[in-house]
Design a protein around this ligand. Structure first.
Ligand SMILES: *Cc1c(COP(=O)(O)O)cnc(C)c1O
Length: 230
């Protein structure tokens, strides 16, 4: 845990110091996968409320340990169908909705006594075979379907672009995502307000182009133990 608070403050400062930040606030999502509940509690004491997890079983374990904390849990990992029930119950946000089948299940399984689940559609912005998410061509049809799901609140788009060596190219892909969100809002009469994009190497660029949630893991919590990554 050594240096955790300092690393966290440093990332918060980076977010705060982006002059072109969009109106409203940019959320620093602390990605706590593989890290212990004690680390989460330490950041909670610093005021952090949004935490991102990738693996359901691990997340449920930490949620139990931190049950009395007022945390907004974000699910950001790949989703298997048999995990949707717990995800629909235990999270405030899901960033990684990458198939309609998953969205349908999350909608059906979100309990009615909870507010609609905040969801981002994952977009395979670079059309990589290795990455999940909707391609741009699939999005319009998908969005029309998503709009019919009352227990999902469609908040925006999430991307994991490939890393570009040149900053200008990295900026261009963030801009592309922002323009895509605007176009979809217009075409589908939506008010999506969220762009989940930008990680530790490029969060300033992402915010300058309109990111509203930046997902930061290692730069806050330190390197992950590779053995713990499933
Ligand atoms: C792990 C992860 C992050 C954080 O990555 P770091 O390199 O640790 O900052 C962000 N987004 C997603 C989708 C992740 O799985």
């Amino acid at each position: 845990m050594h240096g955790l608070k300092e690393r966290y403050q440093k990332q918060l400062d980076r977010v705060k110091n982006v002059a072109e930040a969009p109106k409203g606030k940019v959320t620093l999502l602390a990605v706590s996968k593989t890290k212990p509940a004690t680390d989460i509690a330490a950041l909670y004491a610093q005021g952090q409320r949004d935490f991102g997890e990738n693996y359901l079983q691990e997340a449920l374990f930490k949620q139990k340990a931190l049950a009395h904390f007022d945390i907004d849990w974000h699910f950001i990992g790949p989703i298997q169908s048999n995990k949707t029930k717990e995800i629909a119950r235990r999270f405030a946000w899901v960033h990684s909705v990458d198939r309609l089948k998953i969205a349908k299940r999350l909608n059906e399984q979100r309990p009615e006594f909870l507010r609609p689940l905040n969801v981002c559609v994952q977009v395979n912005i670079d059309e990589e075979d290795s990455k999940s998410g909707f391609t741009e061509a699939e999005l319009d049809q998908a969005i029309e379907q998503l709009k019919t799901y009352d227990q999902l609140h469609l908040r925006g788009l999430m991307i994991i672009p490939k890393v570009r060596k040149e900053l200008a190219m990295q900026r261009a892909v963030f801009k592309k995502a922002a323009q895509l969100k605007e176009r979809l809002n217009k075409s589908h009469h939506l008010e999506m307000d969220t762009l989940s994009m930008g990680m530790s190497s490029d969060l300033e660029l992402a915010i300058e182009e309109g990111a509203t949630i930046v997902r930061i893991g290692t730069a806050i919590f330190g390197e992950r133990d590779k053995n713990k990554i499933k």
